[in-house]
Design a protein around this ligand. Structure first.
Ligand SMILES: C[S@@+](CC[C@H](N)C(=O)[O-])C[C@H]1O[C@@H](n2cnc3c(N)ncnc32)[C@H](O)[C@@H]1O
Length: 288
């Protein structure tokens, strides 16, 4: 069965941090862009809080299928765009606000065919947009050193070299549970209360497949270009690297304290340039 055939009803889904975000950006008015539309919780909340219109962007075509069930209630006030938020200034300009709620949705994790979950068997896919290079492509074609770098730099996994060696030895790696078992074989048994041993490796591959740090770096700059003077940019981060990137971007762009060049150097040197150029030498840092 295709992923579209199993779409969950997400109309009642309440996303994390919805209320604090809406309170932080109130009063809401004018045109907003929701760069991570997902199940539409933020879009609906922005419209309910006073936005005239929301441009709803997501790279995953499935989310727009799910929205068909309720989007008609907001006729003319939601414009849906399948695309990435790194290009959001191509979809709109003169915006009153932009919101980005980073990461993947529970719906994406819950559908085994999407290949994000190490708890359910499915093809090793992980592509939010359902196009381009999949996690299986990376596992089966990257050389061992590249794989180890991805797992170490994006997953902060100390056993990255051991895991990369095991992946290369087990090729072809085709399914999520196959990869989860390979990772488990390289790590000590999980203790009660600890996260699953494959958590960091799956996170690393997902970030690589979807170029999540590159998207964020470009998306912040695209938002800056698309906002009108005085417009608001609100970003909900999921883990520490994203959090650091967003805070440093705001710090640099607001001309705040701290040496902006040094701050930019830290972002470029450690978390974007180093991490990406280690396995993709054509990368040029967007922050400099
Ligand atoms: C955490 S969910 C957002 C949930 C949403 N705020 C809601 O209320 O349901 C993240 C969504 O952003 C999308 N996404 C992630 N990175 C993206 C990118 N670079 N461009 C566009 N969409 C992206 C994912 O496909 C997913 O649907």
């Amino acid at each position: 069965m295709s992923p579209a055939a199993k779409l969950p009803d997400t109309s009642a889904h309440i996303p994390v941090l919805l209320r604090p975000l809406i309170e932080a950006v109130a009063p809401v008015s004018g045109t907003w862009l929701d760069g991570t539309f997902g199940a539409g919780g933020y879009t609906r909340a922005l419209l309910a809080a006073g936005a005239d219109k929301v441009i709803a962007v997501d790279r995953d075509p499935l989310v727009f299928e799910m929205a068909k069930a309720w989007a008609g209630d907001y006729e003319g006030r939601i414009e849906m765009v399948q695309g990435t938020f790194s290009q959001l200034d191509e979809y709109a300009s003169d915006l009153d606000g932009v919101v980005l709620d980073l990461g993947i949705s529970s719906m994406q994790i819950d559908i085994p065919e999407r290949g994000f979950s190490f708890m359910k068997d499915g093809p090793l896919d992980m592509r939010m947009s359902q196009s381009g290079e999949s996690a299986a492509d990376i596992c089966n074609t990257a050389d061992e050193a590249e794989l180890a770098d991805i797992i170490y730099l994006y997953g902060e996994e100390r056993a990255s070299r051991r895991i990369a060696r095991a992946i290369v030895a087990a090729r072809p790696v085709e399914t999520t549970l196959q990869l989860a078992k390979i990772v488990e074989s390289c790590l000590p048994r999980q203790k009660p209360g600890q996260s699953h041993p494959a958590t960091r490796t799956f996170q690393a591959l997902r970030i690589a497949v979807n170029d999540e740090y590159g998207q964020l770096a470009e998306g912040l700059m695209a938002a800056e270009r698309a906002l009108k003077p005085g417009g608001l940019l609100a970003v909900v981060t999921f883990h520490s690297v994203e959090d650091r990137m967003v805070k440093r971007f705001f710090q640099i762009r607001s001309g705040g304290q701290g040496n902006a060049m040094v701050v930019a150097g830290v972002i470029c040197g450690c978390w974007i340039c180093c991490a990406r150029s280690a396995w993709r030498s054509s990368h040029r840092c967007p922050w400099r």
